[in-house]
Design a protein around this ligand. Structure first.
Ligand code: PCA
Length: 206
């Protein structure tokens, strides 16, 4: 059975949960249109994150890779169009790395586009009842590192995989600790990501 690799990050920045992993865990083992979803939790660590995802790609041989992370404060599920070749962390990662203005890949291209059908995925999420929009920046922290690093790895290895990154809002229990922060129910986000996966599968079948 063809596979979709779906990843979420570990908690970071003082949070006890990360909605991206909560969603991935809910979808682990699901069969969507004859495809199996394999989920994994990724460390918020500059070097381990890519190593871990690359090992999973080698082990499971997925044809679709969707990496997800939390973007606290965003109000919608946001597939990222592009990752840039820059690590400029506003705070240390969970392993204590704190690069400022450093390249992810020395001499690599300035940016890598997602190879997922991001607009069709946004549309499918909306039709499923989950607020979603296309984003043109994944920031300069770990999520951007993966949004750049994974499509870049796939391009260099010439693998037949479509891949990209999706940012996820806070869960209500996270937003409740702050004032005026947006959030989205887990159920709605799971629905949206499932619809996005379906759109990616349909796109590959076309
Ligand atoms: N979000 C962070 C890194 C881990 C995560 O879930 C980011 O947006 O870069």
């Amino acid at each position: 059975m063809p596979k979709v690799l779906l990843t979420g990050f570990q908690p970071f920045g003082g949070e006890e949960i990360n909605p991206s992993w909560q969603i991935a865990a809910k979808l682990h083992g699901s069969i969507i249109k004859g495809w199996e979803v394999v989920s994994a939790e990724i460390p918020v660590a500059r070097f381990e994150a890519l190593d871990c995802i690359i090992k999973l790609i080698q082990e499971h041989q997925p044809e679709i890779v969707i990496n997800m992370g939390q973007a606290g404060g965003r109000s919608e599920i946001t597939p990222e169009r592009i990752g840039i070749n820059l690590d400029d962390y506003g705070a240390p990662d969970n392993a204590g790395n704190h690069p400022r203005d450093e390249a992810i890949e020395e001499g690599g291209p300035p940016a890598c586009f997602s190879t997922l059908p991001v607009k069709a995925m946004v549309q499918a999420m909306r039709e499923a009842g989950a607020p979603a929009s296309l984003s043109n920046t994944a920031g300069t922290y770990l999520c951007n590192h993966v949004a750049y690093g994974i499509p870049r790895y796939i391009a260099k290895e010439e693998l037949k995989i479509i891949a990209g990154f999706i940012h996820i809002p806070f869960l209500p229990q996270q937003a409740a600790k702050f004032r005026g922060r947006s959030s989205m129910a887990l159920e709605t986000m799971v629905l949206g990501i499932r619809a996005g996966i379906e759109a990616a599968i349909v796109y590959l079948a076309e």
